[in-house]
Design a protein around this ligand. Structure first.
Ligand SMILES: [Ca+2]
Length: 241
């Protein structure tokens, strides 16, 4: 049988252990709170890749805005206009303002920059019909639709625009500098498609795509996605001579 002093000593030790464990657990909570309240250091911030902007150096419609910027704004206007995707043939060539397909984003963007793409393409087709396989295969020029067909745009831009890399390397400044707002991109794989490159970029520096793949035109971070489903076969820049 333990004496009273022994019982008191055991009770004291038990209480001491309890007090110490409570103090230690409070210290741990304090430490965790302090850790979670720590401000993010400079290395934890997500900073987008800065890519220098490039311009054409030409202002065709003399509105004080560079051609490439005008092309972006014209494509963006089609997005804001919510032109419903509708693939149809129109007498006179131009679809109504509230309708369009991917190629309609292109001539609308160019019109905003001071270039009437339909006239330029129709004129070239008239002079050099044999160069346009899509035209010869359909029995000859048809100004009602020729400027809205991707194969014809490719022949035209191959001749009159600057061809650039089709490769996109996320995070690679040198590569992404070659992708500038106002450029034109053609997807020639499984799904034939065309769009305008935006001046807006994701955090890896990959530019957004302004295009109409239905139901409405959009400006979105989908350049790599589109390249994965229908590879890029052309990348152009319109530099007026
Ligand atoms: Ca301009």
């Amino acid at each position: 049988m333990k004496s009273i002093s022994e019982k008191a000593a055991i009770a004291f030790i038990v209480i001491l252990i309890l007090v110490l464990s409570i103090l230690l657990s409070e210290k741990q909570v304090e430490k965790e709170i302090a850790y979670s309240n720590e401000p993010a250091g400079p290395f934890e911030e997500i900073v987008g890749l800065e890519i220098e902007r490039l311009f054409s150096g030409n202002d065709e419609d003399t509105d004080g805005i560079d051609d490439l910027e005008d092309i972006i704004q014209g494509a963006r206007a089609d997005v804001e206009n919510k032109s419903r995707y509708k693939d149809a043939y129109y007498r006179g060539g131009y679809p109504p303002e509230d309708e369009g397909v991917c190629t309609d984003v292109i001539w609308r963007a160019f019109r905003n920059s001071g270039y009437e793409l339909k006239e330029l393409i129709d004129e070239d087709i008239e002079k050099n019909t044999e160069e346009y396989k899509r035209v010869t295969e359909s029995g000859g020029p048809d100004p009602n639709i020729d400027f809205r067909r991707i194969p014809n745009l490719v022949v035209f831009f191959d001749k009159y625009a600057v061809r650039l890399t089709n490769e996109i390397l996320p995070g690679n400044k040198e590569n992404l500098y070659q992708w500038q707002g106002g450029d034109i991109v053609v997807f020639g794989g499984r799904i034939k498609h065309i769009g305008i490159i935006s001046d807006k970029r994701n955090k890896d520096g990959v530019p957004y795509l302004i295009h109409n793949s239905g139901p409405y035109p959009a400006e979105e971070d989908s350049l790599l996605y589109w390249n994965s489903i229908s590879e890029i076969t052309r990348h152009y820049r319109w530099i007026a001579e």
